[in-house]
Every structure is written in structure tokens, then in C-alpha cells.
Design a protein around this ligand. Structure first.
Ligand code: ADP
Ligand code: MG
Length: 242
């Protein structure tokens, strides 16, 4: 069963003369292990599409199915449980809490999901170590570089073993090389654990990390291309040594 199925989904903001079709009749499916980059310029509908898939916004028409289940049939409590247990979110601005250490930031959604404190700490440490941040557990966000902050945010998104990771412009606040490195790290980790990933970005360099690449323009998707993931991912045999 597909992790995500988008069936003819549209999102229209406003009505009448001022109506804006942010996403128009989009269909796509995402399977476990897929790493999809949806690329498009500012205003093309990326955040709207990602928000609908992440059940933060409902479509005006069409359907979003998560693991075969139509999200239109779920109430607010069920949707927030779905997000907490099945999804990991990564944002452009990292969204770390400044008063909490790296470890505590990663623990927070686990505690919210009811994981006991000791287990949450163990899981948070494992996720941070996996992203090369084993020496940064006790640091506050202000003492971390941009790339490290985004790695903490990625660790947080992975800690609850999500089926699907949703990343909105994850490299927008990082320099080019750091952005590429961090994104590849996210994709390698997801690849190893057979999670599905959707990244939306205007940054075409991220196609090196993705398995599937789709372009969005004015709310419409174009034909799909193959990304270069297999060549770069260190989880794949035959990847170029770096
Ligand atoms: P992107 O993330 O690719 O920059 P968005 O999904 O944010 O694009 O926006 C797509 C289009 O929908 C834009 O024209 C934007 O102005 C419009 N839009 C987005 N959110 C809203 C909203 N809440 N109300 C009205 N228009 C919106
Ligand atoms: Mg956006």
C-alpha cells in the first residue's frame, strides 16, 4: 500500500475574482523508500501541496490518502495523532526551541507522543549520533552552526520512526554545500530505514539526493525524472567514495 496517495487534489484560496488556484488537480503516489524532490519557483504551490499531504490543510477538491486511508474521514484528534506518530517535519527555519538543548529538542515530540523519559532520551541520542551530533547533545541551538541546527531538526523528525518525512525548503537558510550535505544525510538515513521522503525546494542541486524528481509550476506537476540518489548515497553499494 502506498504511504501517500494524492488523487486529483486542488487547493483554491479565496473566491470569485480573487480566487487563486495554488494547487490544481495534482495526483501522485509515494511508496516506502521513495525519496521525492518536488522542485519549483517561489509561489508555485510547493508549501500548499506539502501542507495538504502533511494533513495541515485540507484540499478544496480531490483526496489525500495516507497508508490507504482517506484523511477527509479523520477528525482533528486523529489527524494530530497521525502527524505525531507517522510523520516527521523539517522546516526552512529549523524551528528549534532556543531554551532547550539539542537532545531535549529531539526528545520533545517523543515525550508528547507518550514515550517514557528514559526511552525518549535513548532514542534522541541515537538519532543525534546517527546524524553526527553525538558531541553536541548538551548544546543550545545558539551554540550550533546552521548545518548543525538543521541536523538536529532532522534528528527530531526521525526520532519517532516516521513512515514519511516532509521537508519544506530545508536548505533555504544554509549555504550551498552545507545544504546539499545535510539533505544527502537526511536521504541516506531515510534510505537505510526505508522511510518515504518528500522534499519541496527551489534548489535544483538537491536532485543529487533524490530518487524521484518532479517539477511544479503554477500548481501543476510536470513529468517525473530520475534523481541521482543511487550514485551519491553511501547506503548503496557502488556509490562513489567521498
Ligand atoms: P511556494 O511554497 O511554492 O512558494 P505556496 O504554496 O506558498 O508556494 O503558494 C502558492 C500560491 O498560493 C501563491 O500564489 C500564494 O500567494 C498562494 N497562497 C498560499 N497560501 C495562501 C493563503 N493562505 N491565502 C491566499 N493565497 C495563498
Ligand atoms: Mg513555500
Amino acid at each position: 500500500m502506498s504511504v501517500v496517495s494524492v488523487e486529483n487534489a486542488s487547493k483554491v484560496f479565496g473566491a470569485g475574482h480573487t480566487a487563486v488556484t495554488a494547487v490544481g488537480n495534482v495526483s501522485l503516489t509515494i511508496e516506502a523508500g521513495d525519496i521525492m524532490l518536488i522542485m519549483g519557483p517561489s509561489g508555485s504551490g510547493k508549501t500548499t501541496l506539502l501542507s495538504m499531504i502533511g494533513t495541515l490543510m485540507s484540499p478544496t477538491s480531490g483526496r489525500i490518502l495516507i497508508s490507504g486511508k482517506d484523511t477527509a474521514g479523520l477528525g482533528p484528534g486523529q489527524l494530530s495523532r497521525l502527524r505525531l506518530h507517522e510523520f516527521g517535519f523539517v522546516f526552512q527555519t529549523f524551528n528549534l526551541l532556543s531554551a532547550l538543548t539539542a537532545e531535549e529538542n529531539v526528545m520533545l515530540p517523543l515525550l508528547t507522543a507518550g514515550v517514557p523519559g528514559k526511552d525518549a532520551r535513548t532514542k534522541a541520542r541515537a538519532a543525534l549520533e546517527q546524524l553526527g551530533l553525538g558531541q553536541r547533545l548538551r548544546n543550545l541551538p545558539r551554540d550550533l552552526s546552521g548545518g548543525e541546527k538543521q541536523r538536529v531538526a532532522i534528528a527530531r523528525s526521525l526520532a519517532n520512526d516516521p513512515r514519511l518525512i516532509l521537508a519544506d525548503e530545508p536548505t533555504a537558510n544554509l549555504d550551498g554545500q552545507t545544504g546539499q550535505d545535510v539533505t544527502l544525510l537526511l536521504c541516506e538515513t531515510a534510505c537505510r530505514e526505508n522511510r518515504a521522503v518528500i522534499i519541496v525546494s527551489h534548489d535544483h542541486r538537491l536532485r543529487t539526493a533524490a530518487k524521484r524528481v518532479i517539477t511544479i509550476e503554477d500548481g501543476h506537476l510536470s513529468a517525473e525524472e530520475r534523481g541521482e540518489h543511487d550514485r551519491h548515497c553511501r547506503m548503496h553499494a557502488g556509490a562513489a567514495p567521498r
